[in-house]
Design a binder for this molecule. Sequence first.
Ligand SMILES: [Fe+2]
Ligand SMILES: [Fe+2]
Length: 286
Amino acid sequence: MTLKITTLSENTVDALGLLAEWGLSILIETETANVLLDAGQSISVVHNADVMGVDLRKVDKVVLSHGHLDHTGGLQDVLKHIGKKVEVISHPDVWDAKYAGQREDKRKNISIPFHLQDLESLGAVFKLSKESVKITESIITTGEVPMVTDFEQITPNRFYVKEDSGWHSDEIKDDLALIVNTKPGLIVILGCGHRGVINTLYHAQKLTGRKEIRMVIGGCHLIDASTERVYKTIEAMKELDVQKVGVSHCTGLEASGIMAQELGERFFYNNACTQIDVTDTEIKVD
Ligand SMILES: [Fe+2]
Ligand SMILES: [Fe+2]
């Protein structure tokens, strides 16, 4: 099996002419389907795809890792460029009224900034599921990630859902990842990893019945984590013997630095323009 993973949008860029934008978007190309995980915050995906020579018309499925604006704000433009009917796979809570900020009077709306009907009129066919969804023979979503480790938690006092009954803290149950099952092991691609990277990896193992994790890339949401949690995450990654760790986005610079130091050769920074070619025998990061 060959697999090409291209990061179209991330907080940082690694090439001339590309736009950096807080958020994430990763394209996964396989022999059978091309899957786009997230759509970035606004204009960066379409701009960067154009500069990188990536034709968005080849996208067969879109997956939203969760409802946050920095992963969904580019969706309208992306759909226009996909230019056909396309399934958008996500969790039902993706449509919650999501807000960020501890102080009620300063909370920012970070929900999907579009109406469902407008996205549907551009070709989006939403498939919302709490369970894992099979996308191809080798690609599935995690569905809702159970929180089982004792050191991972949703960032306290930061994420809220506005309901008729008032404010509730957001458990971000919509937070999901993609799992690619390759012969030598799993590749896990995270959006924000709000429910914990290690929780997500354990869940990926459980869903697939596989132990080997070849690579994990994407947002590890350690940006506001304690140093203790960062080290516990690294320890668990070593225990799981994850071969490659390509962090992005909300992993945060401080945690990324510690991970780079602790994981050595296994670590890389996955930013806009990073291209990863995967075969059954090697993983090449450019
Ligand atoms: Fe994010
Ligand atoms: Fe997020």
